[in-house]
Design a protein. Structure first.
Length: 197
């Protein structure tokens, strides 16, 4: 990477990091051109040069953190020795990500992200294809061997992630009736039962 490209990457990171901090502190209303340029110390021209618009910046921020989350989930699958252990690890990894990266989790579980996902589902799926197909490749032999119930991949994803996302959203909304540690103890077995053959 040339020095100019390195400077560009640093500038983009400054903008993305500032946007995430602002989102964590103030929600969607905190992500304005003025607030981001002030918080990052980067010029308006650089913001538009790197991302084209605030929407482009937010889309890149969501892609960046979704990629990190999917990467951690894939590691949890690959490190497990059993299918049940993999499902348990995946659930725990998701909840740990939410707790460790609260601001990013707020963004990924927001109505902004939902709307972005609905309008750009194919684009998002295409950019994350390697990780998503790795999950499908991990599932298929386990379904064929009888270790998992013979269900379509999207249904398995829903059975695994549906309860975890619901708990994450509840916790992120500030409800004090959800404990992520308790969820990490209880959910893996409950989810596993829904997937076991």
């Amino acid at each position: 990477m040339s020095p100019k490209q390195q400077r560009g990457a640093v500038t983009a990171d400054l903008l993305l990091d500032a946007a995430l901090r602002l989102y964590g502190a103030e929600g969607e209303r905190g992500i304005t051109v003025g607030a981001i340029t002030k918080a990052s110390g980067v010029s308006l021209g650089s913001l538009y040069h790197h991302f084209g618009s605030i929407d482009g910046l937010v889309a890149e921020l969501m892609h960046r953190w979704l990629s990190r989350l999917l990467g951690q989930l894939l590691v949890a699958l690959q490190e497990a020795r059993t299918t049940q252990g993999a499902i348990h690890g995946l659930v725990r990894a998701y909840l740990a990500f939410v707790e460790e990266h609260r601001d990013a989790a707020l963004l990924l579980h927001s109505s902004t992200a939902d709307q972005h996902t609905m309008t750009r589902a194919k684009e998002i799926r295409d950019t994350q294809e390697a990780r998503l197909s790795a999950f499908g490749q991990w599932l298929q032999p386990r379904i064929e061997s009888g270790e998992l119930a013979p269900l379509p991949t999207p249904l398995i994803e829903s059975l695994v992630l549906g309860p975890v996302v619901a708990v994450a959203r509840r916790w992120l909304s500030g409800m004090d009736d959800v404990d992520l540690d308790e969820a990490a103890r209880v959910l893996p077995d409950r989810i596993w039962r829904s997937l076991a053959p």
